[in-house]
Write a protein that binds this ligand. Sequence first.
Ligand SMILES: [Zn+2]
Ligand SMILES: [Zn+2]
Length: 252
Amino acid sequence: MRGGTLKAVKADLHVHTCLSPCASLDMTPSRIVKTACERNLDLLAVTDHNSAENVKAVIASARNTDLVIIPGIEVTTSEEVHILGLFQDPGDAISMQELVYGQLQPGQNDEELFGIQVVADEHDMVDAINTRLLIGATSLMLDEVVDAIHQRNGLAVAAHVDRVSFSILGQLGFIPPGLKLNALEISSAMTPSEARGRFEECRKFPLLTSSDAHSPEQIGRVFTHLLVERACWSELAKALASIDGRKVLYEQ
Ligand SMILES: [Zn+2]
Ligand SMILES: [Zn+2]
């Protein structure tokens, strides 16, 4: 028997960086880490639109803090549904990014229209400007994205399911039977109990509440409490699967 005691950790599992065209340029690696630490977050997932290029810089920036960073990506499927991939290994997030990059719409990002896409280093210096059309849909279908995330040892989460746009319930109206999502995420607009009351699908999956922060003030505005041994990806995976007493804690 392992003697680890379980505790509540505070997780915000959907945060954009300055790489997402629609995010604030203030969402630099060190600003994200500093803000998350000030708000007592234990776990934070970096989830840019169709890219994971800033994951390593945020991990490096958090190195001397108690904050644990989960490498992630927010993929737009061909159905215009946003799916989060949350990975244990940064290399798996980059592998997912490579798949996504091969399936992006052709053409370049229009900075005037969508915003600039900054690849930063851990000291918030500009490493590069990404010119891909990150904001658009990929040609990957929903089930292909979920399978690709699982093939890379990732957790697949349907993002902001209560929202009308870019959500699985908004676009399809239902969750296809057999789609192996690990959790559903609800936006800051709703509590888990409200979501369960409103959407039947929300009674069938674990629910995460995440900020989908695009600017520093939004980081941790809502979060998920996880009952786990410590803040890390494998404990999150156990909590979503209700293994060994780990679970998502819901406000009553
Ligand atoms: Zn989204
Ligand atoms: Zn998002």
